[in-house]
Ligand binder design. Sequence first.
Ligand code: SAM
Ligand code: SF4
Length: 340
Amino acid sequence: MSPVNYPNRLYNPSMAIDRFGRNIHYLRISLTDHCNLRCIYCMTEDQTFRPNPELMQDDEILLLTRLFASLGFDKIRLTGGEPTVRAHVVDLVRGIVSTEGVRSVSMTTNGVLLKKLAQPLADAGLHRVNVSIDTLDPEKFHRLTRWGKLQDVWDGILAAEKAGLTPIKLNAVVVKGYNEEDVVDLARLTVEHPWQIRFIEMMPFADVTDVQTEQIITAAQIQDRIESKLGRMEASNDGKLDGEARVFHLPGAQGDVGFISSVTHPFCSACTRARLTADGRLRLCLLREKEVDLLTPLRAGASLDELRQLLLDGVWQKPWGHGLAEGIIPLNRAMNEIGG
Ligand code: SAM
Ligand code: SF4
């Protein structure tokens, strides 16, 4: 579908609407760029991180959340880097959940610390988690994450389920030469568990672009492999997208299998998202470099009205979609600073 440029008169000062008429109301906040793993598709092993003063501080995150919520952002996802390594993450969640206008708060996490944190996060009001798990083979898991122990993540998933952070969604990035065969066992999890496993096509960013472009496995290839071993899947959710995922279920399964094909079948026309990077920049499209700095003006004493205007003007300029098909790769940041 080709984009329609809406005239300026649609500009509504109390809602974040872009120039194509999309109402942007889903905010993904990267709480930190730091991480306790080093996944090969996300960062290099010797990745360095921003010093803490460059990251948004707790009061800044809460203030910016209020600002976004006042413009109709009602759905928030906390991500990173690894959001659970952020100091005071439980208090931050409590503050974000209680922000007027915010209706749903979820988290994307590698799950390593969930065994300990799932219950406190649930008690603080967190609604749901997506946990990343790319394989059920401990050795391959270690190879993909460089530092991770599969058992920690598995314990984390069970702790999240016990704490009521449901429905549980699992994210798997599939990398040629690493885990393309493992998609079958991951999909099979949904037979016995009411979980949704979502296979994500690997996207290219800075620092590890070679791996990301040369070792990509497409959603269609993953689906073929699963169906060749486990039988044909039927569409779930009346064939409609669930968030960004096309969802299916295996015969008799309790859960769903989803595919996020951002590279081969982008869902840009239906995008309602904006992102706040760990250093306080409004990122308008995951795969475009365009950003609006909110933190520097905030620290320089900008009024709430001035910040609101910056935010609205930024959203108005949200790019229609990414340019991967034209070979345009965003290189100004690695994935961990944006949060996925
Ligand atoms: N550390 C948390 C985690 O791994 O879930 C949250 C941040 S991580 C950047 C968010 C999601 O992005 C994860 O599901 C991760 O697997 C995915 N991801 C990381 N690098 C990616 C890439 N190059 N392409 C597609 N997804 C990627
Ligand atoms: Fe860390 Fe998540 Fe990136 Fe893996 S994908 S290195 S867990 S931020």
